[in-house]
Design a binder for this molecule. Structure first.
Ligand code: ATP
Ligand code: MG
Length: 198
C-alpha cells in the first residue's frame, strides 16, 4: 500500500467512527452548560456562545449576579440589541460593599427575575453570569434553582459561570468545562485592560 492509500484508509476509518457518533447524537433539546475554574475565559465564553445564538435570531437574556465593572464591553455591545435582555443585579454584591443583608436581598431579587425567565419559552438562551457565588456565600439555596432548571422549557439553553460550582448543579448539567489557570498576565504585572478584561 502506498502512503497515499494508507492515508486514505485511515481517514475513511476515522470518518466511519465520526459518522456513527453523529448518527447516535440525534436528540434535540436545550442544554445546561457550566463554565468553571480559576482561569480566564468563562464569562467571555458564555457571551461568545450567546453571540452565536443571537446570530441565528434567537432570543437571549443575561443576569449578572455580581456587579463588577458596570460598563463592560459586552454590556455596551449587547444591551440595546433587540434580541437580548440584560439584567444587572440591583445594588449587587461587589467586593466593595460588605453588607450581607443587602447582598442577600439583591441575590433574591436577581433570582426572582431568573425564575421568570426559566418559565418563559420565548427565551432560547439564558446566561447566569457568576451565579455560582450565590451558593458559595449562602445568598441563595441551590435546591429551588435545580428544580427550576429541571422544569424549564425543553429547548431553553442555560449557561452558568463562576469559579466553583455546587455539586447539585453539576449533577444536572449537560456540559461542564473547566477553564484552568496556567498563567495570567495580571501576575506578570499587566493591569486589567479594556477590551480584554472588561
Ligand atoms: P473573562 O470575563 O475574561 O472570561 P472569567 O469570567 O473567566 O473571565 P472571572 O473569575 O469572572 O473570570 O474574573 C473576572 C475578571 O478577572 C475578568 O476581568 C477576568 O479577565 C479576570 N481574571 C480571570 N481569571 C483571572 C486570573 N486567573 N488572574 C487574574 N485575573 C483573572
Ligand atoms: Mg466571569
Amino acid at each position: 500500500m502506498t502512503e497515499t492509500d494508507k492515508y486514505k484508509s485511515r481517514m475513511l476509518a476515522k470518518k466511519a467512527v465520526m459518522d456513527k457518533k453523529i448518527a447516535d447524537a440525534n436528540e434535540e433539546r436545550g442544554v445546561l452548560i457550566l463554565l468553571k475554574g480559576n482561569g480566564k475565559g468563562k464569562s467571555s465564553s458564555a457571551f461568545g456562545t450567546m453571540a452565536r445564538s443571537v446570530g441565528h435570531g434567537k432570543k437571549c437574556a443575561v443576569i449578572q449576579f455580581i456587579k463588577g465593572r458596570s460598563e463592560t464591553g459586552e454590556y455596551k455591545f449587547f444591551k440595546d440589541h433587540p434580541m437580548i435582555d440584560w439584567h444587572v443585579m440591583g445594588h449587587g454584591f461587589t467586593w466593595e460593599t460588605q453588607d450581607k443583608q443587602q447582598d442577600i436581598e439583591a441575590a433574591q431579587k436577581a433570582w426572582s427575575v431568573a425564575q421568570q425567565l426559566l418559565q418563559d419559552d420565548s427565551y432560547d438562551m439564558l446566561v447566569f453570569d457568576e451565579m455560582s457565588y450565590m451558593f458559595k456565600y449562602g445568598y441563595l439555596d441551590v435546591e429551588p434553582v435545580v428544580a427550576a432548571l429541571k422544569s424549564r422549557p425543553k429547548f431553553q439553553n442555560v449557561i452558568i459561570t463562576g469559579r466553583t460550582m455546587s455539586v447539585p448543579l453539576q449533577d444536572i448539567a449537560d456540559t461542564i468545562s473547566v477553564v484552568q489557570d496556567e498563567r495570567h498576565a495580571f501576575r506578570l504585572g499587566v493591569k486589567a485592560q479594556k477590551g480584554i478584561e472588561y
